[in-house]
Design a binder for this molecule. Structure first.
Ligand code: UD1
Ligand code: MG
Length: 445
């Protein structure tokens, strides 16, 4: 029989320790909010229902954005945040699903591996309450599992634990799989007689025990279940994510000259034989094909980069950029929303925005596409084999056709037809001996 699974993600907590004006679970790790890390992990299990408990302050726009991005999300607003046990109860009262197993995930615990979630679901087939635990050398404020051999007796929250219980190193990750037909009765019996005056979900273990139900636990790696409650833990989580991503990249054949100085986004995709030099940052939506080299101090986001291209040092590639094969983007070049065909060179000090450039064109140092008049953005089209002389301003909208040349220092406001040379600069005046005359005069005044 297939096991019907419903998943509840808790994300309504106050997040007091973050000292933030926004909901804790909206803080980002590698560019993706914590809650979205948890949602994508949950979706791997193909649940029958995925429900998220949020607070009022999370806002309608966040709900709408999440619903747009992920199908079949069900939101419950927990108005009075009375604890994790209360949050689950509110979610269940608000949903209609009748599942075999209800899996609880915490919105502030974003890195649980697919495999681990499958293991806890497997364990729950034989158990009424199955808890995901981990051993920690520094268990600080995590809830502690009190066990008798392999048998789970109860979970004690740190604030309520006595000295001996605080020495226990087996901690609660927050993940629990609970028998769907028993969960309502168990939740109804949780009270708030504790140090925080909250309804702790963790009390469900002792209650189930009293009812003669079976409680169990499985263990996972501590890194997977780091609970993020403060900015410090947010930074630790970022580091864990980055380290994993760096290893994954190197295992897939990407060279990271100094791995610790390269920062990836949650979705960065890089093929083998790409070389990334020190101090490179990737924002969301970057794909790089084999053989490309990214030199130091480059910042790349929202870009598709083809084979054997060279970027940087000090390049900034912004969203909506496509770079062809064998392209060269040099130092202090910024490119936005532009398609750059094979073999193009933009080697120094340029801004290229809302532009198409055909193959093998050479864009001289200091070329600027003037794409904005303060109100609207305009397009520049540059053909193939075009040569743009240094320090030219191309005032959009403007088209420069194949094989055209622009003389250095030009301000181009009109289209340049195929094969033409456009010069648009003031004529040079020459005064023979003028330098000496000037200097003599200047000295004697
Ligand atoms: C909780 C566990 C603790 C465990 C730790 C793991 C309880 C009582 N304690 O402690 O045993 O070791 O997580 O990280 O469960 N939330 C709501 N509504 C509420 C309260 C919390 O939705 O009324 C959400 C929070 O947004 C958060 C999650 O539940 O995502 C956990 O709450 P948090 O306050 O972070 O609990 P911890 O003190 O970390
Ligand atoms: Mg927490």
């Amino acid at each position: 029989m297939t096991q019907k699974i419903s998943i509840i993600i808790l994300g309504a907590g106050k997040g007091t320790r973050m000292k933030s004006n926004k909901s804790k679970v909206l803080h980002k790790i590698a560019g993706l909010s914590m809650i979205e890390h948890v949602i994508s992990g949950a979706l791997n299990l193909n649940p029958n229902e995925l429900s998220i408990v949020i607070s009022d302050e999370m806002g309608v726009d966040v709900q709408r954005d999440l619903k747009k991005k992920y199908n079949n999300l069900y939101f419950t607003i927990q108005k009075d945040r009375l604890g994790t046990g209360h949050a689950v109860r509110v979610a269940i009262e608000n949903s209609k699903v009748n599942s075999d197993t209800c899996l609880i995930l915490y919105g502030d615990t974003p890195f649980i591996e697919k495999e681990t979630l499958r293991n806890i679901i497997d364990d729950s087939r034989e158990s009424d309450v199955s808890v995901l635990a981990f051993e920690s050398e520094d268990p600080s404020s995590y809830g502690r599992l009190i066990v008798d051999g392999q048998k789970l007796e109860k979970i004690v929250e740190f604030k309520d634990a006595n000295k001996k219980q605080r020495e226990v190193k087996l901690c609660n990750s927050g993940v629990m799989a609970i028998n769907g037909s028993k969960i309502n009765n168990l939740l109804a019996r949780i009270n708030n007689n504790n140090a925080s005056k909250e309804f702790y979900l963790t009390d469900i273990v002792a209650i189930a025990k009293m009812e003669g139900l079976k409680c169990s636990f499985i263990k996972c790696n501590e890194d997977e279940v780091l609970g993020i409650n403060s900015r410090l833990q947010l930074a630790e989580a970022e580091k864990i994510f980055q380290d994993k991503k760096r290893q994954e990249m190197m295992n897939n054949g990407v060279t990271l000259v100094d791995p610790n100085s390269v920062h990836f986004s949650f979705d960065t995709k890089i093929e083998n034989d790409v070389v990334i030099h020190p101090n490179v940052v990737f924002g969301a939506g970057v794909e790089i094909d084999s053989g490309t080299e990214v030199k130091s101090f480059s910042h790349i986001e929202g870009a598709k980069i083809a084979k054997n291209t060279i970027i940087g040092p000090f390049a900034r590639i912004r969203p909506g950029v496509e770079l062809g094969e064998n392209v060269k983007i040099g130092n202090f070049v910024e490119i936005k929303k532009s398609k750059i065909a094979n073999g193009v060179k933009i080697n120094h000090l340029s801004y290229i925005g809302d532009t198409n450039i055909g193959s093998e064109s050479n864009i001289g140092a200091g070329t600027i596409t003037c794409n904005y008049n303060g109100y609207n953005k305009f397009q520049t089209n540059i053909g193939s084999n075009v040569f743009i002389g240094s320090n030219s301003a191309l005032v959009a909208p403007v088209n420069i056709s194949d094989n055209a040349m622009i003389a250095a220092g030009s301000v181009i406001t009109k289209d340049v037809p195929e094969g033409s040379l456009a010069i648009s600069r003031s004529k040079q005046t020459l005064i023979k001996g003028g330098s000496l005359t000037f200097k003599n005069k200047a000295k004697n005044t």
